[in-house]
Ligand binder design. Structure first.
Ligand code: PEP
Ligand code: MG
Length: 600
């Protein structure tokens, strides 16, 4: 058998497929291990050469940080690039450098061990201070210390923002703030050892159209950096050193998937309506104003969820009112008069903004200082965003959505701050939509229980099934140890969704779902059967959902839902979904493939 890497053996690994697509390229290992810190005595004649090594490493580090700064300034903006100025300042800190050299002369130990010792002292000092802003300096020193130690050891620096050439990123895990900086042109696919299907980094990969596999056990130790790998993001398979036969086979799979996709895309002009005439509103989930073009290409009728925290994570800071206004207005104008639901800041959980959360050390961040809880405590941050949103509301059909409400008092307090923000804008003579609609995300079980009360103070509901599932089942959405227990098909989830829909119906307010399951066809059918008529979906999945639901009768979906509501066990609901897929969805896909063959 001929092989791409001629005499290298092909290996196959399996993980969980979380973002579709087949790609092939060089593996790029993101090593997050702490750098090695060798420690050995030196003679006094070696002092000068150790200092020369130190000076070289400082120069290299300075150059790397300056390059990174340029990249971020071009990709994002000058303001965002300024975070690297703090890192450059560390390298100019005379005390740190002189104390290191002093320690070297005194102890006659190698430069790595002296530098690490002195910088640790500074890190400990800053970490123990009360002031959060000053504490942040400890992180700057830690980052620069790691980078410098790696340079002393001649190791490569991990850099997610952009790979030097297109490649497949292999990491133990990726944080949402790292994912926010990923360059779609160079990161062809993402493979991680940990993480669940609804972690925010995965959601970002999916919405950027980057294939991804999570839960690939020991990926960083089993896949050599620099080797050729093939990623199948449909099945969760990774092939190391693929043979030409394997590449050919997967090439055909991709061609086939592309053709099916073209069929799905050919229906965008047709209304999203079931065979028995029930219209469904299909909206898009986005993270960035740049996603608007892809939203338009996906045929969405608007934006059902703009996760605004992307703006904060990309800049690693709190953007100003004007910066936010520009971002929101871009989206609103890009969608013309179609609805744009912008969710207020949902930081916390797996989305950590070091500036905001430094020193918190929460044991259960998903249950902690997150989303609306953070905003109601940081009123200035929240009101800055509310003013930016209100100003953008003058430019189109913008609606505001509050995440992670646990009860009515938080909603009332958020609305009170919204009124204050309106007053401030009136005072400044700024335009905004006086009747801007305000929605509540229902994603915490307590909110589901008090949905009738929340509905009295909301213009609409949006069900966040990603969190609703994690909180109802007490299963951390990013912990791979319990990933098998994360079951959106659990009867508790299905029944709770129904309960929320009923509350919205009684209150006569619109309701949609914006969790990831809305983009999976069997679940989309279940949700429509439960009574939903609005689904907000990651753009790459939207054409398929439209194609399929145009060929289904609501009656069949209602039967599926009413059967699911009778189940007491997740396996029973899963079985119903599997049967529905086999009997109703698979034949539609087969028919699409048949039409495709007939056309060819
Ligand atoms: C959800 O929880 O379902 C949701 C859409 O929000 P996020 O995934 O950003 O928490
Ligand atoms: Mg959520």
């Amino acid at each position: 058998m001929s092989s791409a890497g001629e005499h290298k053996q092909e290996f196959i690994f399996r993980g969980i497929a979380v973002s579709p697509g087949v790609v092939h390229g060089k593996a790029y290992l993101l090593s997050r291990l702490e750098p090695e810190i060798p420690s050995y005595p030196i003679s006094s004649d070696q002092v000068d050469s150790e200092i020369a090594r130190f000076e070289d490493a400082i120069m290299t580090t300075r150059q790397q940080i300056a390059n990174l700064r340029d990249q971020v300034s071009q990709k994002l903006s000058e303001i965002e690039a300024q975070i690297f100025d703090a890192h450059l300042l560390v390298l100019e800190d005379k005390a740190l450098i002189e104390e290191t050299e002093g320690e070297l002369r005194k102890s006659l130990y190698n430069i790595e061990s002296c530098f690490n010792q002195i910088s640790q002292r500074y890190i400990d000092f800053f970490s123990n201070l009360e002031d959060d802003y000053i504490k942040e300096r400890a992180n700057d020193i830690r980052d620069v210390t790691r980078r410098l130690l790696r340079n002393l050891a001649g190791e490569n620096q991990p850099n997610l923002a952009s790979l030097s050439e297109p490649g497949i990123l292999i990491a133990s895990d990726i944080t949402p703030s790292e994912a926010a900086l990923i360059d779609k042109n160079t990161v062809l696919a993402i493979i991680t050892e940990h993480g669940g299907a609804t972690g925010h980094a995965v959601i970002m990969a999916r919405s950027m159209g980057i294939p991804a596999i999570v839960n690939l056990s020991k990926a960083t130790s089993r896949i050599p950096s620099g080797c050729q790998v093939l990623v199948d993001g449909y099945e969760g398979t990774l092939v190391v050193n693929p043979t030409t036969d394997t590449l050919f086979r997967y090439g055909e799979i991709q061609v086939h998937k592309d053709s099916i996709r073209r069929i799905f895309l050919s229906e965008l002009e047709h209304p999203a309506q079931t065979t028995d005439g029930h219209a469904v509103e299909l909206l898009a989930n986005i993270e960035d104003s740049e996603d608007v073009t892809r939203v338009n290409e996906s045929g969405a009728e608007g934006i059902g969820l703009f996760r605004s925290e992307g703006l904060y994570l990309r800049s690693n800071d709190f953007p100003s009112e004007d910066e936010q206004f520009e971002e929101y207005v871009k989206v609103v104008r890009g969608m013309e008069s179609r609805p744009v639901i912008i969710r207020t800041l949902d930081l916390g959980g797996d989305k950590v903004l070091s500036k905001a959360m430094v020193g918190l050390g929460e044991n259960n961040p998903f249950m902690g200082f997150r989303a609306i809880r953070f905003c109601l405590k940081n009123k200035d941050v929240f009101k800055t965003q509310l003013r930016a949103l209100l100003r953008a509301s003058a430019e189109g059909n913008l609606k505001i959505l509050y995440p992670m409400l646990s009860g009515v008092s938080e909603l009332l307090e958020a609305n009170r701050l919204l009124e204050e923000s309106k007053d401030e804008l009136r005072h400044r003579g700024e335009n905004f939509n006086e009747k801007v609609e305000v929605g509540a995300m229902i994603e915490i079980p307590s909110a589901a229980q008090v949905a009738p009360e929340l509905a009295r103070h909301s213009d609409f509901f949006s069900i966040g099934t990603n969190d609703l599932t994690q909180y109802l089942l007490a299963v951390d959405r990013v912990n791979d140890e319990v990933a098998h227990l994360y079951q959106p098909a659990h009867p508790a989830v299905v029944r709770t969704i129904k309960q929320i829909i009923d509350a919205a119906k009684v209150a006569n307010i619109p309701i949609g779902v914006c969790g990831e399951i809305a983009g999976e066809t069997p679940y989309a059918a279940l949700l429509l059967g439960l009574g939903l008529r609005e689904l907000s979906i990651t753009p790459p999945n939207l054409p398929e959902v439209r194609y399929i639901l145009r060929r289904l009768a609501l009656k069949d979906m209602e039967d599926l839902a009413s059967n699911a509501l009778q189940c007491g066990d997740p396996q029973e609901v899963q079985q119903l979904l599997d049967i529905f897929t086999r009997d109703k969805l698979d034949p539609l896909l087969k028919e699409a493939i048949g039409n495709l063959k007939a056309e060819e």
